[in-house]
Write a protein that binds this ligand. Structure first.
Ligand SMILES: Nc1ncnc2c1ncn2[C@@H]1O[C@H](COP(=O)(O)OP(=O)(O)OP(=O)(O)O)[C@@H](O)[C@H]1O
Ligand SMILES: [Mg+2]
Length: 475
């Protein structure tokens, strides 16, 4: 836990007692805030405060009142009450009502320290546990088998929503390893064609001379060796989806033939005389800039326009660094299962290295890194030195400024297990909740009641969430 989780507020009207205890706690590494009375204590509380130590008898707001208001507002707060001789029953009552513990005045320092340590540990445990859902805000951590919450990816999701179940041609553009094939399959799976074939052809892998017969098939005797007829991919994809992968690699003369099929939905097999009609939904993908290729004469402009009816642009991983922890979590789970391992997380340093590495091979490269690392990992936690040297190398540099404001607690401590799967999911959930709440608030000009309605949660829940996420005015 970061130091902020060790913040303690001590409320007592007796300065000397305050001093003694606060210096005791500071020596232990806690951040201590002092309050002279109940009201001041209340003003010092925030969701960052782990423990409140309070005297029972104080001016303004007494200890019992303070305790009740404090935990109503900060349910995770641990309250320790200082009890004078003769007031134990009151403290026992308070514990029944949710105070964490009480300590008798005049008790020795070690006893006080122990109570605080226990309270902090309990607070930290609460923080690590998956959040009790206050509302019904779903942790939309990805869709269509694509993990991530980056805005560029949200755009991809909403495009898939819109065009999956249409006959429109889709052109998926993105660097190698960004998930183009995943998107193509998602489009097929969410269309009315999902029970028909999804046929992929990799234009980069098929020799030029064979391309035509691969796409359109051939009839018996079409060429030497054509001892029987063979259907092409267009025929195989009839009623289904044809995925033309790496379309930028298609030779120009084939581009012309393809264009005709796309326009007329008919073609002939090589050496065939019959004209065949098919009902095929075409999806193409490329990692090239086809506009440039067209300008250079390598790609037919008409074909480009015919394919580019609905372009879907996939962002490179380096432009959605914030999704790395989620993807790591996703792949850890996958490879733990596949490789029968039980890697539970990464150290801060290891995660920092991954966040810093530019991933030219994008998600595929990250996937390979995690697979290899899980396979070779010796301990339960991945450390920076377990990563491939080219990735880990970058971590020896001084840490850069945080990549994301409410990102993981990175690059700091010697704590071994900072980034567990749970942490990642919790933090991402928090981030998505924050975004959804902010959007709802801006849609409703800050009207909490309306925003709550839009989010489908109660006004009270929204207020609690806003407080937790520090979204209230003035926070
Ligand atoms: N958003 C994502 N969430 C989870 N896994 C992903 C995501 N994007 C890609 N992957 C995984 O990364 C790998 C590469 O994805 P895919 O093959 O779809 O990329 P591509 O763009 O077609 O790459 P290439 O150009 O190299 O063919 C796959 O194993 C895929 O499952
Ligand atoms: Mg691909």
């Amino acid at each position: 836990m970061s130091a902020s989780h060790r913040r303690v507020v001590i409320a007592d009207d007796e300065p000397s007692l305050r001093k003694v205890i606060s210096s005791l706690l500071r020596r232990e590494g806690y951040e201590v805030l002092e309050a002279r009375d109940g009201e001041e204590a209340l003003s010092l509380l925030s969701s960052e405060v782990a423990v409140l130590i309070s005297d029972l008898r104080m001016p303004k707001l007494d200890g019992m009142q303070l305790f009740r208001r404090a935990i109503a507002e900060y349910p995770d707060l641990k309250v320790i009450l200082f009890t004078a001789y003769g007031r134990i029953t009151e403290s026992v009552e308070a514990v029944k009502l949710g105070a964490f513990d009480f300590v008798e005045k005049g008790t020795d320092n070690e006893h006080i320290l122990q109570a605080v340590r226990k309270a902090v540990a309990s607070y930290e445990l609460d923080q690590r546990a998956p959040r009790r859902p206050v509302g019904l805000i779903p942790p939309q951590l990805g869709r269509y088998g694509l993990v991530g919450t980056a805005p560029a990816l949200q755009k991809v999701f909403s495009l898939i929503d819109k065009v999956a179940d249409t006959p429109s041609t889709v052109l998926i553009i993105g660097e190698s390893g960004t998930g183009k094939e995943l998107v193509a399959r998602a489009l097929h799976e969410h269309s009315g064609r999902k029970n028909e074939s999804f046929i992929r052809i990799n234009c980069a892998a098929i020799p030029r001379t064979l391309m035509e017969s691969e796409l359109f098939g051939y009839d018996k005797g079409a060429f030497t060796g054509a001892v029987s007829a063979k259907p092409g991919r267009f025929e195989l994809a009839d009623r289904g989806t044809l995925f033309l992968d790496e379309i930028g690699e298609l030779a120009v003369e084939m581009q012309v033939k393809l264009l005709r099929v796309l326009q007329e939905s008919e073609f002939e097999r090589v050496g065939g005389i019959r004209t065949l009609r098919v009902d095929v939904r075409v999806i193409a993908a490329t990692n090239r800039d086809l506009v440039k290729e067209a300008a250079a004469g390598n790609f037919r402009e008409e074909l480009y326009y015919r394919l580019n009816v609905v372009p879907i642009q996939l962002p490179p991983l380096r432009e959605r660094v914030a999704d790395i922890p989620l993807l790591v979590s996703h792949f850890l789970t996958r490879f733990n299962e596949r490789l029968r391992k039980s890697v539970s997380g990464l150290t801060d340093e290891a995660m920092a290295a991954l966040l810093r590495y530019p991933f030219p091979g994008n998600i595929r490269e990250l996937e390979n890194v995690i697979e290899r690392t899980v396979l070779l990992a010796e301990g339960p936690v991945i450390e920076a030195r377990d990563l491939p040297p080219n990735v880990a190398q970058l971590s020896s540099a001084p840490p850069p400024p945080p990549l994301r404001s409410q990102a993981l607690p990175l690059g700091s401590s010697s704590r071994p297990l900072a980034t567990s799967l749970k942490d990642i999911v919790r933090q991402e959930t928090e981030r998505v909740e924050r975004e959804m709440i902010q959007r709802a608030l801006s849609d409703t000009q800050g009207n909490v009641t309306q925003a709550a309605k839009q989010l489908g949660i109660s006004r009270k829940s929204l207020q609690i969430k806003m407080k937790e996420l520090k979204l209230r005015e003035g926070d």
